[in-house]
Design a protein around this ligand. Structure first.
Ligand code: AMP
Length: 282
């Protein structure tokens, strides 16, 4: 497994792979790899001959008051995991390699990013789109894998690929959870034991929404209110948003649900802010 740290090395290696007619699958990550990331790597391996994983904590997707400095960096453990999983190449650039000091061009998605985490974290998805575009341009993979855990990110990346005509297939990978339902996340490690117990409330709220929906409830406000009531029972929970939106446009739903909808939530449990989602399909 080769570990590359410069754009020039990465471009050359990817170029050589393409010349050997290798099909390149790419998995962008911020490191601190867990079973969720592994499922993405495994999916990439099923659809590609060569898997490239990037490990880069992207400063431009963190807001000024967010946890960029505290984001866990565990390179040695990440490399061991990738070796075990048969990853061929790691791209682990320093920030200056991705962003020249006077970088002045960024990407903005102007529709899907208006709601949910885009509304709660201004500029977040501009940072995501910009770094993913830079990585796509450097590696030029045939396919790239993203997790459904970050449902809005997945939709925005698909839109970016369509609108900017990237010849890259985007694969979605299902959310991997702890046995009690908590979605795996690098931020879970910041939960204290009592908060860890409460953190299951996100998945329980989504399960409740699924059950109510299956029982015929189609009113998005009612579904949201029932989720809110459940979450408020967790003493350390502070709701950022609970929202039912159109699954395609991510616009908030006001009328009864007749098309696939996305139920999405972001909740602080103590210090870490956790997100999760599920699809409601009539
Ligand atoms: P991150 O390292 O948090 O930027 O995530 C890298 C990729 O892993 C993204 O496409 C995420 O959606 C995906 N991911 C993170 N957590 C999970 C999970 N629990 N299940 C599936 N995919 C995940």
């Amino acid at each position: 497994m080769h570990i590359l740290t410069t754009q020039a090395q990465m471009q050359q290696a990817a170029h050589d792979l393409r010349r050997q007619s290798r099909r390149i699958g790419f998995v962008p990550t911020m490191g601190n790899l867990h079973e969720g990331h592994l499922s993405l790597i495994r999916l990439a391996r099923q659809h590609a001959d060569t898997v490239i994983v990037s490990i880069f904590v992207n400063p431009t997707q963190f807001g000024p008051t967010e946890d960029y400095a505290a984001y866990p960096r565990t390179l040695d453990a990440d490399l061991a995991i990738c070796r075990r999983e048969g990853v061929h190449l790691i791209y682990h650039p320093p920030v200056t390699e991705i962003y020249p000091p006077d970088a002045s061009v960024t990407l903005a998605e102007t529709s899907l990013a208006q709601t949910l985490c885009g509304a709660a974290r201004p500029g977040h998805f501009n940072g995501v789109c910009t770094v993913v575009a830079i990585l796509f341009n450097t590696i030029r993979p045939h396919l790239a894998v993203f997790g459904q855990k970050d449902a809005q990110q997945l939709r925005i990346i698909r839109r970016m690929v369509r609108d900017l005509a990237y010849p890259i297939q985007i694969l979605a990978s299902p959310t991997i959870r702890e046995p009690d339902g908590l979605a795996l996340s690098s931020r879970n490690r910041h939960l204290t034991p009592p908060q860890r117990a409460q953190a299951t409330v996100l998945h329980r709220a989504l399960t409740l929404a699924q059950a109510n929906f299956a029982a015929g409830q189609r009113d998005p406000r009612q579904l949201e209110n029932d989720m809110r009531q459940l979450i408020q029972q967790a003493p350390d929970a502070r709701i950022d948003y609970i929202s039912i939106v159109d699954d395609q446009t991510l616009a908030p739903l006001t009328a009864p649900i007749t098309r696939p909808a996305l139920a999405a939530l972001a909740v602080w449990i103590g210090q870490p802010r956790l997100i999760d989602n599920t699809t409601l399909t009539p």
